[in-house]
Design a protein around this ligand. Structure first.
Ligand SMILES: C[S@@+](CC[C@H](N)C(=O)[O-])C[C@H]1O[C@@H](n2cnc3c(N)ncnc32)[C@H](O)[C@@H]1O
Length: 469
């Protein structure tokens, strides 16, 4: 462990650090603008001013934006600064911090991995943890973190682990302020994190302007947590309005309803999944550019494999399938027998190299002409409802003939009883369901909604539909 210590902090001076207030992203390195740092430091010390012997931690301190923020806050208030510890694994950034805080005895800079190191507990923790998705981690990192952290589940992100480690490094009388994406409030992956956070007092959730990090961080949110005690949670929305939640859900369930002020009781009645054969994402070929072509261009020898198909981008004014998908599968979802695939393989052999480069084929699990996943054709080829996977507004359409194959950007809902198809359509497009979905769906960029099958399956439905089954 490398530790830098230096001279005491001189209360009269205002610390300047190398211009690092602009954000840029290099593997989770998104730097916090000065006004946001100042706002967060205010929140950190709002209830209790720090004393000289108190300790402040900035995990993933980068060049020291929060260290500078804390020092400057103390200068403005005319009080002696507490002990500040910055932990950063990028030695170049830490070098910049060392230059800025050179000689300050109360600033300790540690060049280490915050997630793996063993540190003291702190009175105050403040920071902007790295946002690094699973794809940005090596296999061995994923494995290590999965063993160490309760929050390292499914497709976890590093900021979740930073939250866990920081909460566990907080003294019972301590206070934590973090800026992260708001996603932790509603994704399935962050369920363990919500459960963990609810064991503390989540004092405030402040949804700040989307422009703060431009398009680098979607829906930035400042969360303030007390190390112990109970109490309500204040939520400040992006439009400036605020609400107070008496008790944030403690069981890990999504916070989004409470946060939006809809304290609806949990419905225990029937849900869409009860009356459907299937609610799934459309067919993933892994190479739509090869397997999908305009209807008019299909050669005679390929017509037996051709099924009308639709992608999310075409599902705007109605269900008009101008393309076909060439499908080498039978109704049971298995590959057609070799003798029925001759024309298919002959035609696609010109794409063999490209198709063989797909991950699913390289892993040795699939033939070069297979799709990424076997399509459940017997369910797909039924009367069904379709909707885009990402949309500004949820909107549902019907395929009453049941002959359209939805692509991966389309969800399909197959009712057990095709007679209620139009009843379903009216209900799913109703204002009531619209509101229900808006409150629960994850958000994508630019205020779009992500309609996942887990949410669609949970849509409450009138009980009369279940009784008719
Ligand atoms: C979002 S940036 C924030 C930097 C700085 N605190 C700020 O707000 O401007 C996250 C920082 O965490 C650092 N970091 C990422 N993973 C880390 C780890 N496991 N241990 C320590 N630092 C880490 C990155 O190098 C980066 O500087």
């Amino acid at each position: 462990m490398k530790i830098d210590k230096g001279r005491s902090f001189n209360m009269a001076s205002t610390i300047k650090i190398t211009a690092r207030t602009e954000k840029k992203e290099i593997g989770g390195q998104v730097f916090t603008p000065e006004p946001i740092v100042a706002l967060m430091v205010e929140k950190l010390f709002q209830r209790k001013h720090p004393k000289r012997d108190d300790s402040v931690l900035d995990p993933g301190c980068g060049a020291g934006a929060f260290i500078k923020g804390v020092l400057n806050w103390c200068t403005r208030k005319g009080i002696e600064a507490p002990r500040i510890v910055g932990i950063e694994f990028d030695s170049k950034l830490l070098g910049e911090a060392r230059k800025s805080f050179e000689g300050l005895e109360n600033v300790t800079l540690i060049n280490e991995n915050f997630l793996l190191g063993d540190f003291e507990t702190f009175d105050f923790i403040i920071g902007n943890p790295p946002y690094v998705r699973l794809e940005g981690l090596s296999e061995s990192e994923r494995e290590t973190y999965r063993k160490m952290f309760d929050t390292a589940v499914n497709r976890f992100d590093l900021y979740m682990l930073f939250f866990e480690k920081a909460l566990k490094s907080l003294k019972p009388s301590g206070r934590l302020v973090f800026i992260t994406p708001e996603k932790y409030e509603y994704t399935l992956t962050t369920k363990p994190l919500r459960k963990l956070m609810a064991r503390y007092h989540v004092e405030e959730i402040h949804h700040i302007s989307e422009d703060v990090f431009k398009d680098l961080v979607t829906y930035p949110t400042i969360t303030t947590i007390n190390g112990s005690g109970r109490g309500p949670t204040k939520v400040i929305h992006r439009d400036g309005s605020s609400i107070t939640i008496k008790k944030i859900p403690a069981d890990g369930s999504r916070w989004v309803l409470a946060i939006k002020g809809g304290a609806e009781p949990v419905r225990l009645g029937p849900v869409l999944a009860d009356v459907c054969l299937r609610i799934s994402c459309g067919v993933a070929t892994g190479a739509d550019e090869v397997f999908v072509m305009p209807k008019e261009g299909v050669p005679e020898s390929l017509k037996p494999y051709a099924h009308p198909t639709i992608g999310g981008e075409q599902l705007t004014k109605g269900v008009r399938a101008s393309d076909v998908m060439l499908i080498p599968y039978d109704r049971s979802g298995g590959l057609l027998p070799e003798e029925k695939l001759k024309n298919f393989k002959r035609w696609f052999s010109k794409h063999k190299k490209h198709l063989s480069s797909r991950y699913c084929v390289r892993k040795g699990k699939h033939k070069w002409y297979s799709f990424h996943e076997n399509p459940p054709m017997s369910d797909i080829l039924r009367p069904k409802i379709l909707c885009k996977d990402i949309a500004k507004e949820p909107k549902f359409w019907t395929d009453p003939e049941g002959n359209i194959v939805p692509r991966h950007s389309v969800y399909y809902i197959v009712p057990k009883d095709p007679k209620i198809l139009y009843g379903f359509l009216g209900y799913l497009n109703s204002e009531k369901v619209h509101r229900w979905l808006v409150a629960r769906c994850q958000r994508a960029a630019n205020d779009f909604m992500r309609l996942q099958s887990s949410v669609l399956k949970d849509i409450p439905i009138p009980s009369k539909w279940v009784e008719r089954q």
